[in-house]
Design a protein around this ligand. Sequence first.
Ligand SMILES: *[C@@H]1O[C@H](CO)[C@@H](O)[C@H](O)[C@H]1NC(C)=O
Ligand SMILES: *[C@@H]1O[C@H](CO)[C@@H](O)[C@H](O)[C@H]1NC(C)=O
Ligand SMILES: *[C@@H]1O[C@H](CO)[C@@H](O)[C@H](O)[C@H]1NC(C)=O
Ligand SMILES: *[C@@H]1O[C@H](CO)[C@@H](O)[C@H](O)[C@H]1NC(C)=O
Ligand SMILES: *[C@@H]1O[C@H](CO)[C@@H](O)[C@H](O)[C@H]1NC(C)=O
Ligand SMILES: *[C@@H]1O[C@H](CO)[C@@H](O)[C@H](O)[C@H]1NC(C)=O
Length: 478
Amino acid sequence: MNTGIQLLGILVVFCPVLISCWNLPRNDNYTYPELHLFEQKLDHFNPTVDTTFMQRYFVSNQYWKKGKGPIFFYTGNEGDITAFINNTGFIWDIAPVFQAMVVFAEHRYYGESKPYGDIQPSVNTTAQYGKLTAEQALADYAEIITELKEHLGYNSIPVVAFGGSYGGMLSAWMRIKYGHIVNGAIASSAPVKYFPGLTNCEKYNQVVTSDFASTAHGPQCVKNIKMAWSVINETVAQAGGLRKLSEIFHTCHQLKSAEELTDWIKDCWSNMAMVDYPYPANFLNPLPGWPVNVTCSYLSVPFEGSDLLKAMYEAVSVYNNYTGKTPCFDTTSAISSSISNSLWDYQWCTEMTMPFCADGVRDMFLPQKWSYENYVKNCKAKYGVIPRPHWAIVNFGAGNLKSASNIIFLNGDLDPWHVGGILEDVSQTVISIKMWGAAHHLDLRHGNKHDPISVIEARHTEMMHIKKWIAEASNIIA
Ligand SMILES: *[C@@H]1O[C@H](CO)[C@@H](O)[C@H](O)[C@H]1NC(C)=O
Ligand SMILES: *[C@@H]1O[C@H](CO)[C@@H](O)[C@H](O)[C@H]1NC(C)=O
Ligand SMILES: *[C@@H]1O[C@H](CO)[C@@H](O)[C@H](O)[C@H]1NC(C)=O
Ligand SMILES: *[C@@H]1O[C@H](CO)[C@@H](O)[C@H](O)[C@H]1NC(C)=O
Ligand SMILES: *[C@@H]1O[C@H](CO)[C@@H](O)[C@H](O)[C@H]1NC(C)=O
Ligand SMILES: *[C@@H]1O[C@H](CO)[C@@H](O)[C@H](O)[C@H]1NC(C)=O
C-alpha cells in the first residue's frame, strides 16, 4: 500500500499533466454490504427514557485487512441508506486501496430505521418526532462505531467518516464532537454555514440560475423560464385555465393553484442544478448527462403563450420523465421517495433553519422574500414545533472551526449548496477544496471518464489526507 500511496503523491504533483491518463479505476464489482441491525437508544440525552429502536447499518469486510485496514464510515443522511450505498462509489473505489472495512449507517427516522413506523411528522406526532435531531443521530453513529470496535476486539482501529450534503455536515460534526472516535472526516458539499445571518438567502437561487445561464443557449433558456411564471399566472386567470395547465403538464390530479405548479417547477430546476452531473446518473431521479444542458435545449428559442407552456413541459420532462416511464407528474413532490422530503422539511423546521429567497432579477425565479415570522408560523402550523434557528450554530460552530482538525470540505461551483460551505482553508488540517465544473458531491461518486479534472484531483487529495489520518491514528496507538 505504501508504495501505491507514494506513487499517488507523485501523480498528484504532476496531476495537470498526467491526469488524462490516470483516473481512479472504477470498482463496480464489490459485493453488496451485509445488513445489520443495532438496538439503539431512542434518547441518548435523557436517562429516564429506556426505549430503543432498531437501526440499520450495512457492513462490508470484502477488502478489510484485520489489524491493518481502517473503517470507512458513511454517516447516513436524509434518506434510505441504500440510496447512499448505491451513489457513493468513491468509497467502493478506494476501499481496496486502503484495505478498509466499509460501513453505511442509516439516519434515525429514515429508510427502515423508524422508531415509530410510518407515522408522518405533524401537529399530532410532535412527541414521537422530538428525537429526530442531528445530535441524536451523531450519538447513534458514535455508539455503532464504538460497538464495532469492541466487537472486532481492536479498539484502536482508525475510522474515517464520509458524508455528502447533510451527511457531509454530519461527518464533519462527527469529527468535531467525537474526535476520540473518528480520526478524520470527508465532508462533501456540506453547507455547514447555511444558517441565518451567515449565508445570504438569495445566493442559492443565483447559482441555480447561473447553471442554466451558462449552458449553450443559456440566456434564452433563462428568459423563457422567467417568462413562464407570468404565462402560467395569466393562464390560471382564464376560464378553465387550471384544467388547461393540468393537461399540458400531464399532472396526476387537477392543479389547485398556480403556486402548486410554479413551486413544483421551481423545485425541479433547483434539484436539477444540484445533480447536474456530466454523465447519466440516478441519484434524485434518473437523468441524462449534463441534464441542465438537455433541459435548456428545449428552451433555446423564444416562445410565447401556450407554445412556451408546451416547451416548459418538455423541459421539466427531462427531470421527471427521462426514463419515459412516468405516467403522470405528481406536483405535490419533486423528489424521489428514497430521499425523504417531509422528514427533512421537519428537520428544516426545527434545527436546520436554512433560509431561501429570490428577487427575480439576479435569479430566474418569482420574487420570494425570506420571512422569519412566516417560517415560524408555518412550521408551528405544520408540525407543532418552534424552530431553533441558532442552535446548529451554537452546537456545531458553523464556520468557526479553528479548534477542529482533520476535516476536508469539498464544494463544486455548479452546486447551489456551495454558497453555505467552507470555501477557504481554516487551518492546515481543516481544508477546503473547490471543484470547478462539479455539482453536488460529485467526488463521492465512482470515478468516471467524464469527471472534470478538479474532481479527479480532489479525490487524490482526499486519499492523501486519509492516508495521513490513518498514519497519525496508528502513531497514537504505538
Ligand atoms: C472484480 O472481481 C474479480 C473477482 O473477484 C476480480 O478479479 C477483479 O479484479 C475485480 N475488478 C475490479 C475492478 O475490482
Ligand atoms: C440500491 O441497490 C440495491 C441493490 O441493487 C437495491 O436493492 C436498492 O433498492 C437500491 N436502493 C435504492 C434506494 O435505489
Ligand atoms: C390531528 O388530530 C386532529 C384531532 O384528532 C385531527 O382533526 C387532525 O386532522 C389531525 N391532523 C393531522 C395532520 O393528522
Ligand atoms: C400572479 O397573479 C397574482 C394575482 O392574480 C398577482 O398577485 C401576482 O403578482 C402575479 N404574478 C406574476 C408573476 O405575474
Ligand atoms: C454542459 O454544461 C456544462 C456545465 O454548465 C459544461 O461544462 C459542458 O461543456 C456542457 N456540455 C455540453 C455538451 O453542452
Ligand atoms: C413520459 O414519457 C412517455 C414516453 O415518451 C410518455 O408516453 C408519457 O406520457 C410521459 N409522461 C408524462 C407525465 O408526460
